[in-house]
Design a protein around this ligand. Structure first.
Ligand SMILES: Cc1cc2nc3c(=O)[nH]c(=O)nc-3n(C[C@H](O)[C@H](O)[C@H](O)COP(=O)(O)OP(=O)(O)OC[C@H]3O[C@@H](n4cnc5c(N)ncnc54)[C@H](O)[C@@H]3O)c2cc1C
Length: 452
């Protein structure tokens, strides 16, 4: 292997110390929030677009993989450098300009979702997409994964708010889409959103902002049977009620959250549903929801509107991914989604899978969108258990597809689900995706090994 001229790269960057090749202490950059790990040769901490251009050109010239990285909260292994190369962190690219008159924010890729929301809200507008990781994940990661979130049933996902992108290709060329270009005819931006860092490195994002919606009430409902909770979710949706948030947690997931941070009403429940009503018709909406909950035999029903108490209830959900991860030695989280009417069937399937397995399997998710995060936990991490886990995951994915659903509601394919891609897409569709990839990156150097 020819020696890689890293000294040349450090001279070309806007500051030499943006390139780090001595990686002791930087192990966080070897993984994301999954169990997957890789070992890069170097990490570049880009501070502006020129650093991204320089690094991409350097990788192209030296045939090195380039792995874009935001905050590393991904749940599909998207930023893991499994084939080595340079990890390109955009966490320092923090431009944040808000044009409140036109309700547009121009955002650097390293801005944290909540930072954007907080700044926008000071000016009376907001950015609604809110992944549960909103206080850690970056806008670049959100765009790359087309992140959803708790409020996405009512307000939409990342794609619905992106109105322009600046991006750098592997050859170091800059692509401008939407509001950044004079002509918005060809939907290149749509192609980049959700492309999981495989087509180009996003260097600036323009997003649409909206007036801050008034917040309705928060409702916590517990059930003695998870099927009743899932049926309630399905009934609410079928009745045409669109709560701002509609989240489902099975009893074991609720227990994990309660062990992480105790919440009243969560002791010994079989399942809970957490709901935020829209402000406009909060009373009518809460009344209808209560009737559905009672018809499905809820065991506990609580409505809160005081901000402090409400925040505490939402912590139950926001803590969950971390709370569940802490419970086992190995945790794999799948994020299937199915049509709402099939949600109860999926929930029942997961309960049976858990009952018939030595693994601990629990589930929670943005139920309003039919999205269920199913967690597979191995307490020992032993190879036999991991093999069982593979089998159980495949059963789940096949079931979700049989029910007319999808492999991934929001976390992306990345490394985690690439081997199952053929279960959902036919050969021609995958072939066209690969052809698009090869137009952007003919040598397959940008985030190689992901998706396909
Ligand atoms: C506790 C927890 C809760 C979560 N809740 C949700 C949720 O509710 N909804 C949801 O959708 N997800 C959720 N996630 C998953 C994750 O937070 C999202 O996928 C998020 O968008 C990833 O952002 P990130 O900055 O951490 O990206 P990373 O993990 O760093 O990277 C994710 C992908 O983005 C690519 N990428 C990063 N920067 C760029 C760039 N500049 N240009 C091009 N590609 C780039 C990477 O290569 C990778 O493929 C959760 C994760 C955790 C740990």
């Amino acid at each position: 292997m020819p020696e890689i001229p890293y000294k040349l790269l450090s001279k070309q960057l806007s500051r030499p110390d943006l390139l780090v090749t001595e990686l002791e202490g930087l192990e966080d950059y070897f993984h994301d929030a999954t169990e997957d790990k890789g070992t890069p040769q170097a990490v570049v901490f880009a501070e502006d677009e020129s650093d991204v251009v320089t690094t991409a050109r350097f990788c192209q010239q030296n045939h090195l993989p380039l792995i874009p990285r935001g905050a590393g909260t991904g749940l599909s292994g998207g930023c893991v450098p499994t084939l080595g190369g340079i990890v390109l962190s955009v966490e320092r690219m923090k431009k944040l300009e808000i044009d409140s008159r036109n309700r547009i924010a121009y955002v650097g890729p390293g801005v944290i979702t909540k930072e954007l929301q907080d700044e926008a809200e000071k000016l009376g507008v907001t950015y609604p997409p809110d992944p549960a990781s909103y206080d850690e994940s970056t806008l670049a990661g959100n765009v790359a994964e087309n992140a959803g979130g708790l409020r996405c049933r009512r307000f939409g996902v990342t794609r619905d708010y992106v109105i322009g992108l600046r991006s750098v290709t592997m050859s170091g060329e800059i692509i401008e889409t939407g509001v950044f270009s004079a002509n918005a005819c060809f939907g290149l931006g749509d192609l980049l959103v959700g492309s999981e860092g495989t087509l180009a490195v996003v260097t600036e994002i323009a997003v649409r902002l909206v007036p801050i919606p008034k917040v309705g009430d928060t409702i916590l409902v517990a059930f003695d049977n998870p099927k009743d909770a899932a049926q309630t979710v399905s009934d609410i949706t079928r009745a045409g009620i669109i709560p701002t948030v509609l989240e489902y947690l099975d009893g074991d997931a609720a227990d994990c959250s309660n062990k992480y941070e105790r919440t009243e009403g969560l002791d010994s429940v079989a399942a809970i549903v957490l709901i935020e009503t829209p402000f406009e018709d909060r009373q009518e909406c809460a009344g209808k929801i209560e009737r559905f909950c009672q018809a499905n035999h809820c065991s506990y029903f609580r409505i809160e509107s005081e901000p402090e108490k409400v925040e505490k209830l939402w912590k139950v959900r926001r803590n969950l991914s971390k709370a569940v991860k802490e419970m086992g030695k190995v945790r794999v989280s799948e994020d299937v989604a199915v049509p709402n009417s099939k949600f109860p069937i999926l929930v029942e399937f997961v309960l049976k899978l858990n009952a018939s397995s030595p693994l601990r399997i629990n589930a929670f998710g943005h139920a309003g969108d039919g999205n269920l995060h199913v967690n597979f936990l191995s307490m020992s991490g032993a190879p036999e258990e991991l093999a069982l886990m593979e089998g159980a995951i495949e059963q789940l994915l096949k079931k979700a597809l049989d029910l007319g659903g999808t492999l991934s509601g929001e976390h992306g394919i990345g490394l985690a689900k690439r081997r199952y891609l053929r279960l959902e897409f036919d050969g021609a569709t995958i072939d066209y995706m690969k052809r698009v990839k090869s137009v952007f990156d003919p040598e397959n150097l940008l985030n190689p090994g992901k998706i396909f």
